[in-house]
Design a protein around this ligand. Structure first.
Ligand SMILES: NC(=O)c1ccc[n+]([C@@H]2O[C@H](COP(=O)([O-])OP(=O)(O)OC[C@H]3O[C@@H](n4cnc5c(N)ncnc54)[C@H](OP(=O)(O)O)[C@@H]3O)[C@@H](O)[C@H]2O)c1
Length: 243
């Protein structure tokens, strides 16, 4: 991995507890990565009295090579979360990267299904435009599970992408909606169970909650054999109680 010096060029609250940071690269001033890969930041661990790495998927496409965007949620007592929430516009930041094997590996023509919960949308945001700009791209379906209306973000961006690309569609499903929600209700696994008839030409990409990855994998396996690629590194940090 390479070390990058960057500056926080934008801080944007996407919801009550999800924030997006834009990091503009200074030295080196470009980054070469595959859509879906992550970067690593060193965060001070007061208990261990040392810096520990925290990984975040790049949520911007590789075509925007002078910056990276990160999307993350507020986790009380979370080391990485509190560190990222402490940044203001203009602050310097150092990170290492890119790394990770969760990136598009399919030949054009294959259909993709992306399944995300919460901020597991981050790598998909990078992959979506990258995939859809390919000539002869197959269909791409995104299923995204969130809790309630106040947790929704990127909806207009996804709608615009779907208008531009007839081979792209997405469904947001809410597990605990407030009154007035007209969309589907339940967990994202319900969509995988009920909306996918055949998996013969499909590759699944799953990112987010570890339980979702386990349950979706079981549902897909019952439907047939196909590639399933997963990313859930963030849960490990949470399970360690420090993030
Ligand atoms: N920020 C990044 O760069 C990044 C990168 C990679 C991965 N991630 C992942 O993104 C996740 C973000 O957490 P979050 O708090 O935003 O959202 P979350 O914990 O994933 O919760 C959002 C939704 O997941 C549902 N859910 C929980 N267990 C499920 C299961 N077994 N099957 C299907 N759906 C299930 C919840 O339903 P209920 O209301 O019924 O519980 C809720 O609707 C983390 O788990 C992390 O692994 C983030």
């Amino acid at each position: 991995m390479q070390e990058f010096n960057a500056q926080v060029s934008r801080v944007k609250d996407l919801t009550h507890d999800v924030r997006e940071l834009e990091l503009s690269l200074l030295a080196p001033d470009t980054i070469d990565f595959k859509a879906g890969q992550w970067i690593s930041l060193n965060v001070w661990h007061p208990g261990l009295k040392q810096y520990v790495p925290r990984q975040y998927s790049i949520a911007s496409p590789p075509s925007q090579c002078h910056k990276v965007n990160l999307v993350f949620n507020r986790i009380p007592d979370g080391l990485g979360s509190n560190y990222l929430f402490s940044f203001h516009e203009g602050d310097p930041v150092t990170f290492q990267g890119p790394n990770g094997s969760f990136y598009l590996q399919e030949k054009p023509g294959r259909d993709l299904v992306f399944v995300a919960t919460g901020t597991g949308i981050a790598p998909f945001r990078s992959m979506l435009s990258t995939f859809l700009e390919q000539p002869e791209a197959g269909t791409l379906t995104l299923y995204w599970g969130l809790r309630s209306q106040r947790d929704i973000y990127y909806q207009h961006e996804l709608e615009a992408l779907a208008r531009r690309h007839p081979n792209f569609s997405f469904i947001i499903i809410l597990s605990r909606p407030e009154n007035g929600w007209k969309g589907p209700i339940g967990r994202v696994t319900t969509l995988v169970e009920n909306h996918i008839a055949s998996v013969s030409n499909v590759t699944f990409y799953l990112c987010g909650n570890g339980g979702m990855i386990r349950d979706t994998t079981a549902i897909v396996r019952k439907k047939g054999l196909c590639p399933i690629r997963t990313e859930q590194y963030y849960d490990k940090a949470r399970a360690g109680t420090d993030d």
